[in-house]
Write a protein that binds this ligand. Structure first.
Ligand code: ATP
Ligand code: MG
Length: 289
């Protein structure tokens, strides 16, 4: 594996600061507010998660960080640079893998690799195939891969440009429960190896607690930060631990029973107090819909 210490600035410049960001869309000549006054500081190298109900503006927030959307008011900076458009310093992985079906694994990764990123292009691709555990599948086509393998290719394609910040928009949402847990371990391994700042959107409270250093709960319509919760548990985290359980309840309450006047989500039928260790491999009892 290459020496990751060749870029001394990497660890210093990959924090994201969101200051007073609001976003509205124009729909039928009417301004619809989507996000309101979001202010957050994502630390360099941090694993940060956003959770919140459907439509609260999570993807919009990621698109603003990656530079595909601009805030209506407020600013987003990375290090000391204001984000005004997409750049190689930020990569994004989407819910669906978005691989090109007529290209192999290797060609899909090669397709995403920008000129000048690596001195040795072939070696860089090899290293990323190895990083996501796909050695031996270089020449497979997307139709020959499982869902989890296709998502690994999506991860490799985003990482191959060596982004300082990786934005993950529900990348595991379409996977079965077992593959999803395997991929959570993979993402943690890659995060540790690459020292990339990770910003993950998920509907799955357990997934957020398992992965994140901090979790921001986004309230609904317009989306605003209700609470930022620190997860001070050692890794690898035990989903049966009572501190894990306490965080699960705290997040659940923040989403479904906020103390402020903000509109709350309709809670799904399942309740976090029913979640036991044996539920670990069942369908996601703590997903927000
Ligand atoms: N380009 C757009 N034009 C108009 N409205 C939009 C646009 N993109 C998103 N919206 C609206 O903004 C709101 C937030 O959308 P967004 O995709 O950010 O939500 P989300 O939290 O990611 O939801 P989900 O969890 O379902 O993915 C939605 O009401 C959506 O209809
Ligand atoms: Mg979304």
């Amino acid at each position: 594996m290459r020496n990751r210490l060749d870029d001394d600035n990497r660890a210093d410049n990959n924090g994201v600061t969101i200051t007073g960001c609001s976003k509205s869309y124009l729909v039928d000549q009417r301004e619809v507010p989507v996000l309101r006054d979001v202010t957050l500081n994502i630390e360099p190298g941090e694993f940060f998660c956003f959770v919140g109900g459907s439509g609260c503006g999570k993807s919009t927030l990621l698109k603003m960080i990656v530079g595909l959307e601009q805030p209506t008011t407020g600013t987003i900076t990375m290090g000391d640079r204001q984000i005004s458009g997409p750049g190689l310093d930020r990569g994004m992985v989407f819910q669906d893998h978005r691989l090109l079906p007529w290209l192999t694994v290797r060609q899909n990764i090669d397709f995403g690799l920008r000129e000048g990123v690596a001195t040795n292009r072939e070696q860089n691709i090899d290293e990323h195939i190895q990083l996501v555990g796909l050695c031996g599948f270089e020449n497979a086509y997307p139709r020959q891969l499982s869902g989890g393998m296709a998502q690994r290719v999506g991860l490799a394609r985003a990482l191959v440009n060596r982004p300082q910040v990786l934005l993950l928009d529900e990348p595991l949402g379409a996977l079965d429960a077992l593959t999803r847990q395997q991929m959570q371990h993979e993402i943690l391994r890659i995060w540790k190896a690459e020292k990339t700042t990770m910003v993950l959107v998920t509907h799955d409270i357990d997934e957020a607690i398992f992965l994140a250093d901090r979790i921001a709960v986004i309230g609904n319509r317009p989306g605003e930060v209700r609470e930022v919760v620190s997860v001070d548990l050692p890794r690898p985290r035990d989903r049966g631990d009572r501190r894990f359980d306490a965080l699960r309840k705290q997040l659940w309450d923040s989403i479904f029973h906020p103390t402020s006047t903000t509109e709350s989500e309709e809670p799904p039928k399942s309740n976090p107090s029913n979640v036991s260790q044996s539920d670990e491999t069942s369908a996601h009892p703590c997903e927000i819909h």
